[in-house]
Design a protein around this ligand. Structure first.
Ligand code: ACO
Length: 444
């Protein structure tokens, strides 16, 4: 059996005072290699020089699910999972959630700095100008089955936007890229709300560019409905804050999907549609829907202990708990928990809140969750707010997608400006059959 031993790990300069490096001895050959360390990483391609002989392809790293591989350099979002820190362009999420608006945060993510008043007004006006969608959008929305999931509709209709804006393929042109970015952020609420209207069997409500971003979205969802819709600034603000909290989260599953598709130089609508597809999954954005289904199933606080026992026995997961990166607490969950109070002041308390809070309390005292460092994530409480706002379960992940769009497009744009990036193409360890001859059908 061959073993490989890493002899030296240097976080600073090496013994000789040179640049930081890692010395690796390949025990198969006895040869040593010095590999540069920068930004706390080694370059995986630097390992390719480690070979047994000339025919050897060279050493690769094996990292299923990218547990320890940085795929890009990014200046957008800083996340420290152990300390529960999340910052957009250096600004703590808590400060942005308290003082900023979603569109201001979108500008920040894209441009790198907070806008001046004049820049913000121009940005808001650009977005407002693009909230409308081509009339034929209504026809293909109508083509979906009456009970189509709005997330599936969003994925398809965002992808379809590329057919309306064929110039979007011209990704090398920065002004053109900007126009598509504005369109995506502006039209996402329109497409999301129309999916809802389709599902509810109600006529589509046109966007109103005079309304604020969240206000326009709520208006398209609920106005001219059987129930009179009255705008409430507290609800609009709570939704805006939820959008801010979801706006970016560095290299998560959907953002990686956007970058991966975008690396093939696909247009941004196709890349963002891929992000929506990834977000749809219950281990990612689909968790907020799964949390509510779980709370509905538990039904009452007295049934929580039996449910927890089932989780600990591995029968199912406590949805809305755990995170690949946050191993302390998810700072977004704390802000959302606070926002629930504001919304419930207007809508009345969602009775499931009691179950969620009791569940959290029991889980946080239980060794199973403590030892695995499982804490509530962003999705644990967001669904309760969405439900209080009158959203059906199927809309929850759509709301997440609307909030995440500025992050997706900022990351896509950053990738295109990064000279080191190429088409994403992981390697594999082949474990299949050796070469064998084709066997005719009658001889098998
Ligand atoms: N409930 C119960 N046990 C859990 C949970 C959970 N929610 N999450 C992780 N665990 C357990 C695993 O069973 C495993 O236990 P083991 O060591 O005994 O096998 C251990 O904790 C580690 O879990 P992994 O699956 O290895 O952790 P990973 O980092 O791969 O997964 C994830 C992270 C997918 C978020 C996971 O915690 C999970 O499935 N949570 C529930 C779904 C959810 O809320 N997703 C939303 C994430 S936030 C977002 O995407 C917006």
């Amino acid at each position: 059996m061959t073993t490989q031993r890493i002899e030296g790990v240097a976080a600073g300069a090496n013994d000789q005072g040179g640049a930081p490096s890692l010395t690796v001895t390949d025990n198969r050959t006895g040869r040593s290699y010095e590999i540069p360390i920068s930004d706390g990483t080694i370059r995986a391609v630097d390992l390719r020089q480690i070979r047994v002989d000339d025919d050897d392809f060279g050493l690769m790293t094996y990292d299923p699910a990218f547990m320890n591989t940085a795929a890009c350099r990014s200046a957008i979002t800083f996340l420290d999972g152990d300390r529960g820190i999340l910052r957009y362009r250096g600004y703590p999420i808590e400060q942005l959630a308290e003082h900023s608006t979603f569109l201001e945060v979108a500008y920040l993510l894209l441009h790198g700095d907070l806008p001046t008043r004049q820049q913000l007004e121009a940005w808001e006006s650009d977005i407002a100008h693009h909230v409308y969608v081509n009339e034929s959008t209504k026809q293909f929305m109508d083509g979906f089955r009456y009970d189509a999931h709005p997330m599936g509709m969003l994925e398809a209709t965002v992808g379809a936007l590329s057919t309306f804006y064929p110039e979007a393929k011209n990704i090398g042109d920065e002004a053109n890229r900007y126009r598509q970015i504005v369109r995506l952020i502006a039209k996402m609420p329109t497409l999301g709300a129309w999916g809802f209207r389709h599902m509810m069997g109600r006529p589509y409500v046109y966007p109103d560019k005079t309304l604020p971003y969240a206000g326009n979205f709520l208006n398209m969802l609920f106005s001219h409905s059987v129930v009179d819709f009255e705008r409430d600034p507290r609800i609009e603000r709570a939704l805006d804050v939820l959008f801010i909290l979801h706006a970016d989260h560095e290299q998560n599953c959907s953002t990686s999907a956007v970058r991966s598709v975008g690396s093939a130089q696909a247009d941004p609508y196709s890349a963002v549609a891929a992000g929506i597809a990834a977000l749809y999954g219950p281990l990612h954005g689909g968790a907020n829907e799964a949390v509510l289904q779980m709370l509905n199933r538990i039904g009452s606080t007295s049934d929580i202990p039996a449910f927890i026992e089932g989780v600990k026995a591995g029968k199912e997961r406590l949805m809305g708990f755990g995170h690949r990166v946050y191993k302390n607490y998810d700072p977004r969950a704390q802000i959302i928990k606070k926002a629930t109070q504001d919304v419930f002041e207007v809508t009345g308390v969602n009775p499931k809140l009691a179950i969620a809070m009791e569940l959290e309390k029991i889980a946080l005292e239980d060794d199973y969750f403590i030892s695995r460092r499982l804490y509530p994530n962003v999705d644990f409480y967001s669904g309760l707010i969405y439900e209080a706002l009158g959203m059906p379960l199927e809309m929850f992940t759509v709301l997440f997608a609307i909030g995440r769009t500025p992050g997706w497009v900022a990351q896509w744009n950053e990738m295109l400006n990064d000279k080191e990036q190429k088409i994403a193409r992981p390697r594999q360890i082949y474990v299949g059959a050796e070469e064998r001859d084709y066997v005719p059908l009658d001889k098998r």
